[in-house]
Ligand binder design. Structure first.
Ligand SMILES: Nc1ncnc2c1ncn2[C@@H]1O[C@H](COP(=O)(O)OP(=O)(O)O)[C@@H](O)[C@H]1O
Ligand SMILES: N[C@@H](CC(=O)OP(=O)(O)O)C(=O)O
Length: 466
């Protein structure tokens, strides 16, 4: 049995849904299908999930949101009409959607937003199941509550509960093609909660692990995962094979093509993952596997994510002060903030955080507490940081990778605020100003994957004025 997940771009309109159904029908083993909500049809378009979020927010503010509701209904109307589904199907789907949007009484705002968001994938699954049946297939919509997609009670950020796997395993015994909506599950008390954004990838991975799928196919709109974001570099090198560890680091640091939390279930159950293109299904795609052969080029990708900030703290003899690190991190814990990295020196430490977690009020309180409770010599908060990551199995063992990277960044006149070779065996991280992030990625791409003359230019210090 294969699990095939189709992302928002694969369900954006009727034409895309037809491609999805052709792919499903082309392989009898594609029996468990996960779908996202309709995504963008063109660059400036809206994803249905964003339309639904807007609906919920406006409704909560004003008590009605007619235009926002119309925008959602119009997307499904267009799809149902262009797929040629009977009018009753359209009416049924509209009635069910109407019921979700109207059901706010007794729900907290968080619960309401999650329920509305989830309607995007839920309706996609119903539409795809109907369309497959209209083609003569034995296809069934699966309700995640009834199937046992049990998750934690964290609004918009749910995590799977271990008990879910035993229950979802039973999907193996069902007949026909099962169409499962991605992105959400239910708490043990039966409340609907969504995963974080992009979370249909997580649903697919959980299901693949639960049914012990032969492969988890993740269909999107690119032929493969590339060594760099294809929006930054034209025709970048394709990745044929990548390890779970490498992909995990790259997903964390900006490869939005696969959700970072989607790696774990597949990895633990040893299910290979294949990223493929709905618009070009015969392309082999990228395989994510446990091990890959050592290659000449030990770097497998360069990624970057923005939206970080750092709290730099220095105190003479910090390294001898027992409990300093714990007390520092405890202040963050008490303020409800998780930290990302903690590069440190003898008398100093930086704590890297996600900017979105730090409101101005929180920042002022944290700075004040660190000063008064830890008696530090110096403290500074730096905003608008980007983390650029080079990732590759074996890279850390090969001589000269850091030099190659730092020379390339220097040649591109990029100032490094932080280097963290840290504990990860497969990655190296550079902190740069957000405004330099794209140039840094492009410089590193040319240094590690460019044509010979580009590599030479990136390695040359001659352009530097030190
Ligand atoms: N390294 C990368 N390789 C491939 N795609 C990438 C990479 N980094 C970012 N992307 C982006 O990820 C997009 C696919 O992810 P996403 O938009 O979430 O698709 P879907 O709607 O199928 O879930 C691609 O169109 C591409 O713009
Ligand atoms: N539709 C949800 C979940 C998801 O996974 O979507 P996509 O497959 O388009 O990334 C979102 O936009 O967050």
């Amino acid at each position: 049995m294969k699990v095939a997940k189709f992302g928002g771009t694969s369900l954006a309109n009727a034409e895309q849904i037809k491609k999805v159904c052709n792919i499903i029908r082309a392989d009898q083993n594609r029996r468990l299908v996960v779908v996202s909500a309709p995504g963008k049809r063109y660059k400036e378009d809206d994803k249905v999930t964003d339309l639904l979020i807007r609906y919920a927010e406006v409704f909560l503010q004003k008590g009605e949101a007619r235009a926002e509701k119309e925008a959602v209904f119009n997307r499904y109307r267009e799809i149902v009409r262009e797929l040629g589904l009977p009018a009753e199907v359209g009416q049924k789907i509209e009635a069910e959607l109407e019921a979700v949007l109207a059901n706010h009484a007794g729900l907290s705002p968080d619960r309401f937003v999650d329920a509305v968001k989830a309607a995007g994938e839920d309706n996609s699954a119903k539409v795809v199941a109907h369309y497959l049946r209209s083609l003569g297939e034995d296809a069934h919509y699966v309700n995640p509550r009834e199937a046992g997609m049990l998750v934690t009670d964290e609004a918009g950020n749910a995590h799977v509960l271990p008990a879910a796997y035993e229950r979802l395993k039973k999907l193996r015994d069902r007949q026909g093609i099962l169409v499962f909506p991605g992105f959400f599950g239910y708490t043990e008390a039966g409340e609907l909660v969504t995963f974080s954004r992009g979370g249909s990838d997580i649903t697919g991975s959980i299901l693949a692990a639960a049914v012990k799928a032969e492969v988890y196919e993740n269909f999107t709109d690119v032929d493969s995962v590339y060594v760099v974001n294809p929006n930054l570099v034209e025709n970048p090198v394709e990745i044929k094979e990548i390890t779970y560890r490498e992909m995990r680091e790259l997903s964390y640091s900006g490869f939005s093509v696969f959700h970072e939390e989607a790696l774990l279930p597949a990895y633990q159950a040893e299910i290979p993952v294949c990223i493929k293109n709905t618009n070009n299904p015969s392309a082999p795609g990228t395989m994510i596997v446990a091990e890959r052969p050592a290659s000449v080029n030990r770097v497998s990708g360069v990624a970057c994510d923005t939206g970080f900030c750092s709290i730099y703290v220095s105190k003479y003899l910090m390294h001898k002060e027992i409990g300093f690190g714990r007390k520092l991190l405890q202040i963050l814990e008490e303020e409800g903030i998780s930290y990302e990295h903690t590069p440190s020196g003898i008398d100093n430490i930086s704590v890297i955080l996600r900017e979105r977690d730090l409101t101005p009020a929180k920042e002022a309180r944290i700075v004040e507490r660190i000063q008064s409770e830890l008696q530090v010599d110096d403290i500074a908060v730096q905003h608008d940081l980007a983390l650029v990551m080079i990732v590759g199995e074996g890279m850390r063992q090969s001589v000269g990778t850091t030099a190659k990277a730092t020379v390339a960044l220097a040649a591109a006149q990029i100032n490094l605020d932080m280097i963290n070779q840290g504990s990860s065996e497969v990655s190296m991280m550079f902190g740069v100003k957000a405004e330099d992030a794209d140039r840094a990625v492009i410089a590193l791409y040319h240094a590690f994957f460019g044509k010979e003359e580009e590599r030479e230019k990136a390695h040359s210090l001659s352009s530097l004025t030190v």
